[in-house]
Design a binder for this molecule. Structure first.
Ligand code: SF4
Ligand code: SF4
Length: 165
């Protein structure tokens, strides 16, 4: 009798690893070598508590290629501190009800996307990412980020999923 193939499922832990931006300290610092912090295009949203002036005064590497907050180990030295929202949610952004995933992020292209092997897995990951982003961003911030994404020259993939799944 032929064996029925089941869609591959991920454990809740595995799903969470796909979701949490700045996903894995080891992966980011050692495998990717913190590329998103070395080719920085950080901006502070109008509605953020942290102001652009504060950021510029305290982290004067803004405008140069590498962020001044990157430590010698390739980790963010203010990971638990006042990081711009964009750093906290990268590599995912809400965009017109879907999720824009930055293809410039090695973790997205090499870990997350190859794991989306079925609709079931994609829907679970989509749902979790959307929940995370919705908690982190207000509606106004989502609109502001959408505006910035329209002007951004980065390469993104729009992921849509079934929220009822
Ligand atoms: S680009 Fe992606 S994998 Fe690389 S450091 Fe940033 S979040 Fe981590
Ligand atoms: S603040 Fe931290 S996460 Fe943001 S670019 Fe700088 S080092 Fe990277």
């Amino acid at each position: 009798m032929a064996t029925r193939l089941r869609p591959r499922h991920l454990s809740p832990n595995q799903v969470m690893k796909m979701v949490k931006p700045y996903p894995d300290g080891f992966y980011c610092s050692k495998i990717c070598q913190s590329q998103c912090c070395r080719n920085v295009d950080i901006y502070v949203l109008k509605s953020e508590e942290i102001s652009y002036e504060f950021w510029k005064a305290n982290y004067p590497s803004l405008g140069r290629k590498t962020c001044g907050c990157l430590d010698a180990e390739g980790l963010c030295s203010i990971h638990e501190g006042p990081r711009p929202l964009i750093c906290r949610i990268y590599p995912y952004f809400i965009y017109q009800g879907g999720i824009m995933a930055s293809l410039n992020c090695k973790y997205v292209s090499e870990v997350v996307l190859p794991s989306l092997t079925s609709h079931v897995v994609r829907d679970r990951v989509f749902k979790q990412i959307l929940e995370y982003l919705t908690l982190e961003c207000s509606d106004e911030q989502v609109v502001e980020i959408e505006d910035r994404l329209r002007q951004c020259k980065g390469v993104f993939l729009l992921i849509r999923g079934n929220l009822d799944a």
